[in-house]
Design a protein around this ligand. Structure first.
Ligand SMILES: *[C@@H]1O[C@H](CO)[C@@H](O)[C@H](O)[C@H]1NC(C)=O
Ligand SMILES: *[C@@H]1O[C@H](CO)[C@@H](O)[C@H](O)[C@H]1NC(C)=O
Ligand SMILES: *[C@@H]1O[C@H](CO)[C@@H](O)[C@H](O)[C@H]1NC(C)=O
Ligand SMILES: *[C@@H]1O[C@H](CO)[C@@H](O)[C@H](O)[C@H]1NC(C)=O
Ligand SMILES: *[C@@H]1O[C@H](CO)[C@@H](O)[C@H](O)[C@H]1NC(C)=O
Ligand SMILES: *[C@@H]1O[C@H](CO)[C@@H](O)[C@H](O)[C@H]1NC(C)=O
Ligand SMILES: *[C@@H]1O[C@H](CO)[C@@H](O)[C@H](O)[C@H]1NC(C)=O
Ligand SMILES: *[C@@H]1O[C@H](CO)[C@@H](O)[C@H](O)[C@H]1NC(C)=O
Ligand SMILES: *[C@@H]1O[C@H](CO)[C@@H](O)[C@H](O)[C@H]1NC(C)=O
Ligand SMILES: *[C@@H]1O[C@H](CO)[C@@H](O)[C@H](O)[C@H]1NC(C)=O
Ligand SMILES: *[C@@H]1O[C@H](CO)[C@@H](O)[C@H](O)[C@H]1NC(C)=O
Ligand SMILES: *[C@@H]1O[C@H](CO)[C@@H](O)[C@H](O)[C@H]1NC(C)=O
Ligand SMILES: [Cu+2]
Length: 670
């Protein structure tokens, strides 16, 4: 096929795809910068470039297109139901596909996806009971779906309409390569956005897949302040049609700010959740049967499902009766596809799976063609009162979209179905773009307090409203406690050692090929706290690193194994280990992770259970401070400084006019 033919093909394709005038584009949710006009390539100097509908699914507005004006006419789209591995190909044989090393290259599209979102108070009734302390994005829970295509620049202006809280938005799992100031962590990369003010986040989608954005201000995300975000790109397995994200979460009827104080006293009064929701819908004690999430499918089709766990305190096992899935990503990392009947989704974790819409009972439909979609709270990782666990039957898969009947299907009772709290087994997770991690001797890093962290509880006598009977979670001796007004990124001239102990700054230098290794343990040890000493509790923690995917070298259920480093050494996987951005630290166990020092920045590493993060279970990696200081020139820090100025003005005013003298910050800040 000649060049001209390809151009013609693209034009014909375009004509077929753009029946309506392009002004449709300029809708409320997204604006594509109009330096070019996709509908009229001829009128813009005969410039052609790949334009094609994103696999966004029938449930949402289906006029979202990926466009690559910067690539030009030699490129064409190559994703089809028969080949989802391909994304873009050029006449000279180059491709962007599932094998592209997205750490190093991505298609720079030349497109900026602009969004504007507002953060506000709202009473949320998700399951039949009001939560008056709700906080939401654009009035909806979960917030609007933010979309972009692989290589786009994403630009989101966030306006804070809360009366009494600052806010920030963190783009979970986005690497923020060369854009650490856009990571959205107050006290680390910025000051909180003051009430009535805004902040514009600009960053490139170098990875693709599904994630979520959420507030990193104190406990806000638990009150509803989050939403899904997808970067469209290739897939390791084929599907016919994509569906909207499926967001599974636990839910409480009270604001997390009310429950927070209960975390700071010993068991059993720690905060409990009330129900489970799929896409913001659930039913508490049968109150709201009609609200159940439902998904209609056509027999024989293959669907891409995007599953996100935005929980506060619960790991779920996701399954659909009589159906298996093909799993093809972990977080933002494409993997060799594997089949399973159920998937364990930890807090903050995401999976792209393919649902083959053929029930597996000899292929026969159940009489009504309806099957339960289950979100089972994992044994050992549920944030509910004992005996008060919500119904696991949280949604319905319907082969007949007009049917309203209640499924009578049963959970797969096969031997494989295991509801223990754990991650998906590492041996199943093989990234397509492989990393070979440089081997190292565990015995050489274990003694280093900068490399080995033991999750425990410590007294925190200097904090407001605490005394020695209150225990704070920490990765080391010091629970994290940030100063909202004084982010790390505005202190790069200070030596790493001069940061307050409360900032838990861990300095890592090197080059892009230097590996950083971290060992994190959750010893069981003492269960009865002793005043003045560190104590350990057997609790699982989903640990999340900002700024990087990490390789999971080992994950074990017994931290004592590390007493003999040789035992664990032999278990370390260096050749293409699983890779992701959230890992479950098993109860009483350990994880060994590694990442490349290829992204100078200040990156939080923390437990994703809000109560634990608020009480200090976090540290920050200050990666290549010298280069970072060079990168963060005044031009780049303009938005950061503007935000801090507004924040300080508001804090000053607030102290004069609202509850003067009260301690303002009630937790670590994150
Ligand atoms: C959020 O709401 C504002 C105000 O109504 C609107 O302008 C904006 O487009 C909305 N954003 C999204 C992503 O839907
Ligand atoms: C927002 O919620 C807080 C606490 O839940 C409440 O004190 C405040 O009045 C609310 N503000 C608005 C504007 O609704
Ligand atoms: C944030 O707002 C909540 C009410 O929704 C309040 O309880 C809390 O103290 C506020 N905290 C900060 C640090 O703004
Ligand atoms: C990092 O970003 C800045 C501006 O945002 C740009 O000038 C610089 O070239 C980038 N550096 C790299 C290594 O990409
Ligand atoms: C953001 O705030 C600035 C300064 O307060 C203001 O000039 C600008 O119009 C605001 N932008 C939006 C989108 O609200
Ligand atoms: C979400 O993550 C939490 C914590 O790891 C876990 O307990 C829960 O089962 C997960 N939910 C799903 C749907 O996987
Ligand atoms: C998964 O199951 C499907 C049938 O549902 C089959 O076509 C496919 O080959 C299987 N994939 C793997 C990786 O086993
Ligand atoms: C579904 O997956 C399970 C493994 O998790 C396997 O034992 C079973 O054979 C699969 N069923 C089909 C029809 O693929
Ligand atoms: C689908 O469900 C509707 C409502 O229950 C029913 O009237 C219709 O016959 C069903 N269609 C099929 C093909 O079973
Ligand atoms: C479930 O998985 C856990 C952890 O992997 C394992 O210890 C346990 O034996 C399994 N249970 C069954 C019934 O297979
Ligand atoms: C300290 O904790 C004890 C036990 O919970 C409580 O009785 C006491 O009032 C607390 N003191 C302060 C100053 O909070
Ligand atoms: C990393 O470099 C910074 C800046 O040069 C220095 O202050 C810090 O001590 C170094 N960190 C380590 C662990 O050597
Ligand atoms: Cu935790």
């Amino acid at each position: 096929m000649g060049l001209l033919d390809i151009c013609k093909t693209v034009v014909v394709y375009l004509a077929a795809l753009f029946p309506a005038p392009l002004s449709n584009y300029d809708d409320h949710s997204q604006h594509v910068l109009a330096s070019w006009s996709p509908l009229a390539p001829e009128s813009s100097g005969g410039k052609h470039y790949p334009t094609f509908p994103a696999p966004s699914g029938p449930d949402s507005d289906d006029d979202f297109f990926c466009k690559y004006p910067a690539l030009g006419k030699h490129w064409s789209p190559c994703s089809s139901p028969e080949d989802r591995q391909c994304w873009l190909k050029s006449t000279d044989g180059s491709v962007y596909d599932i094998h592209t090393d997205y750490d190093a290259e991505w298609p720079e599209s030349g497109v900026t996806r602009e969004y504007y979102i507002e953060v506000e108070n709202k009473t949320i009734n998700a399951d039949g009971i009001d939560n008056a302390g709700g906080k939401v994005v654009n009035g909806s829970y979960p917030g609007p779906w933010i979309k972009a295509c692989w290589g786009d620049l994403i630009k989101v202006t966030v306006k804070n309409k809360l009366q009494y809280n600052g806010t920030t938005i963190h783009w979970h799992g986005f690497r923020q390569l060369n854009s650490t100031e856009m990571d959205g962590v107050n006290g680390v990369t910025q000051c909180p956005i003051a009430p009535h003010e805004n902040f514009t986040y600009t960053f490139r989608a170098t990875q693709y897949g599904t994630s979520w954005y959420h507030s990193h201000y104190s406990l806000q995300y638990a009150d509803g302040l989050h939403g899904p975000i997808t970067v469209f790109g290739p897939s390791s397995a084929n599907y016919d049609e994509a569906r909207d994200p499926i967001i599974v979460t636990d839910w409480s009827h009270r604001s997390a700010f009310e429950d927070w104080q209960r975390e700071l006293v010993p068991k059993p009064s720690f905060p409990k959740m009330n129900s489970v929701l799929i896409n913001g819908q659930g039913n508490f004690a049968g109150a709201f049967e009609r609200n159940k999430f439902s998904m209609a499918v056509e027999r024989g089709m293959k669907y891409l499902l995007r599953i996100i766990n935005t929980s506060v305190d619960t790991t779920y096992i996701f399954s659909i009766d009589n159906h298996n899935f093909t799993v093809m990503t972990t977080d933002f990392v494409p993997i060799e596809p594997y089949n399973t009947s159920h998937i364990v989704v930890g807090i903050g974790q995401r999976y792209h799976v393919i649902l083959d819409a053929v029930p597996i009972d000899n292929g026969a439909l159940s009489p009504e063609g309806n099957y339960w979609i289950r979100a089972i709270a994992a044994d050992g990782c549920k944030g509910f009162e004992d005996g008060n666990e919500p119904d696991e039957r949280q949604g319905v898969l319907r082969y007949n979209s007009s049917s309203t009947s209640v499924p009578t299907s049963f959970r797969d009772s096969g031997k494989d179905f295991n509801t223990t709290c754990r991650d998906e087994h590492a041996h199943k997770l093989h990234p397509i773009v492989k990393w070979d991690v440089a081997p190292f001797q565990l015995s050489s890093i274990l003694p280093s307090p900068e490399s080995k962290w033991d999750v425990g509880k410590v007294p925190h006598p200097s904090r407001p409203s605490t005394n020695d009977t209150f225990y704070w979670w920490a990765l080391g001796a010091h629970p994290l406690w940030l100063n909202f007004s004084d982010p790390t990124l505005l202190n790069l001239d200070s030596p790493a050692t001069s940061f307050p102990d409360d900032y838990v700054v861990v300095s890592k230098n090197g080059t892009s090929s230097t590996w950083v290794y971290l060992v994190v343990t959750g010893p069981s040890g003492l269960t009865i706290p002793k005043p003045g000493s560190r104590s350990f509790f057997p609790v699982a923690h989903p640990m999340h690193l900002h700024g990087h995917d990490f390789a999971l070298l080992a994950q074990g259920t017994d931290a004592d194994e590390l007493n003999d480093p040789a035992v664990v050494q032999s278990k370390l996987r260096f050749k293409n280990p699983p890779r992701r951005d959230v890992v479950l630290l098993p109860t009483g166990g350990y994880v060994v992770i590694a990442f490349k020092a290829d992204n100078p920045g200040a990156w939080l590493f923390h437990c994703h259970i809000p109560w634990h993060a608020s009480s200090g279970l976090a540290l920050q990696i200050l990666e290549r401070q010298e280069e970072l200081r060079g990168m963060m020139n005044e031009e780049r820090l303009k938005e950061t400084r503007r935000g801090c100025k507004k924040w300080e003005e508001w804090v000053g005013k607030r102290e004069n006019h609202w509850n003067p003298g009260a301690p303002f910050q009630d937790d670590s800040g994150i």
